[in-house]
Design a protein around this ligand. Structure first.
Ligand code: ZN
Length: 149
């Protein structure tokens, strides 16, 4: 897989020094997602209060794409409204479905644009989306839970 070298550096940096890794005690919900095709695993703890992603932390094992993408995702959504986090997630999902035809909106996606090249490799798209799908799942459950409470 060839990605441009600047982007490769961003990905390796998040892989080696992941952000918000190490599960926090603060959580409304915990989810565990796996990507069997690559062997990637992510456990995500999430708290949402007042419609804002107030805490997010994770732990995981797997390839550099899956782990870096999860690290980048946590940076992007922490402190944001859930609505804005979904906007970022939709934009990133669209980028990952683009088969290399999109470069990504850097204003919205920040470091996640480094993963744009992954969209050319369908087998790796699931790696890049793993943490994001875990966030989506956890946020839906957290919101459901708070409505019932
Ligand atoms: Zn992977």
């Amino acid at each position: 897989m060839e990605l441009n070298s600047l982007y490769q550096e961003v990905i390796l940096d998040h892989y080696k020094r992941p952000h918000h890794k190490g599960l926090s005690e603060l959580k409304d919900i915990q989810v565990h997602h796996v990507n069997p095709s690559c062997g990637d695993e992510v456990t995500l703890n999430l708290s949402i209060s007042g419609g804002i992603v107030s805490d997010i932390s994770w732990d995981g094992v797997g390839c550099s794409i899956s782990q870096a993408s999860t690290s980048i995702m946590t940076d992007l959504v922490l402190g944001q409204t859930v609505a804005h986090a979904y906007k970022i997630l939709d934009n990133f999902s669209e980028l990952m479905a683009s088969k290399g035809t999109m470069v990504g909106d850097e204003a919205l996606l920040d470091d996640a644009v480094a993963l744009a090249g992954v969209s050319k490799f369908p087998a790796r798209v699931k790696c890049a989306l793993l943490g994001w799908m875990a966030f989506k799942d956890a946020s839906v459950q957290a919101i459901d839970g708070s409505e019932k409470a």
